[in-house]
Design a protein around this ligand. Structure first.
Ligand SMILES: CC(C)(COP(=O)(O)OP(=O)(O)OC[C@H]1O[C@@H](n2cnc3c(N)ncnc32)[C@H](O)[C@@H]1OP(=O)(O)O)[C@@H](O)C(=O)NCCC(=O)NCCS
Length: 165
């Protein structure tokens, strides 16, 4: 597996949009074009916001055999009710067939390292999952209202601790 910025492998753009729309678009009534715009606006080559992809590596190094395994982004904001916190790890998604193999953990480590390389000291994320991000060293800060009406859990991770994620 390798992890690279999506802006360097734009042939995976449509697949990333489709994954995010399938996972979060339909339940939140968001259109495919909403996600296209969101991902397209998260492709900065050198600073936040950025989107990354995990792709499989073929034994022969043939790029045509590569498959999308998962994606994650670094966003300025992911929760309207907490504009005081930035930036955020968001859009963490692993293709169902590749779950349970450490892809999500590797994507988290990668984002933390990228943020550290941009001199960003701390990342935040929001989730409804419990006992998932604790596994990779994220610290629970508390809950906050999400615009859909539910309270979400907010976590933080110092980028200097990125080897633990
Ligand atoms: C959640 C998700 C990213 C995990 O991806 P993954 O590549 O399977 O994760 P990893 O292999 O790195 O870690 C798997 C471990 O996390 C655990 N785990 C997975 N989902 C979990 C959850 N919702 N709550 C608690 N633990 C969870 C697994 O049981 C597994 O534990 P094990 O290693 O002891 O067997 C993936 O299931 C996914 O894309 N889900 C849909 C989108 C989503 O919920 N994204 C997170 C939004 S905040």
């Amino acid at each position: 597996m390798k992890i690279v910025p999506l802006c360097e492998r734009m042939e995976f753009f449509d697949a990333v949009v489709q994954c995010l729309w399938n996972e979060w678009g339909k339940c939140k009534n968001l259109t495919l074009s909403f996600w296209e715009c969101w991902v397209r606006s998260s492709l900065h080559p050198a600073e936040v916001p950025q989107t990354y992809i995990a792709i499989s590596e073929t034994a022969t190094g043939d790029m045509r055999g590569e498959q999308l395994l998962g994606t994650v982004s670094l966003w300025r904001s992911d929760l309207q009710s907490r504009q005081d916190l930035t930036p955020w790890l968001g859009g963490l998604y692993v293709v169902p067939a590749f779950r349970g193999r450490g892809v999500a953990s590797a994507l988290q480590r990668y984002v933390l390292r990228r943020a550290a390389s941009m001199s960003i000291p701390r990342l935040y994320l929001m989730t409804e999952h419990e006992h998932f991000y604790e596994r990779t060293g994220w610290i629970f800060l508390g809950t906050s209202p999400h615009e859909t009406g539910v309270d979400v859990r907010i976590y933080a991770h110092d980028t200097s601790d990125c080897d633990e994620a």
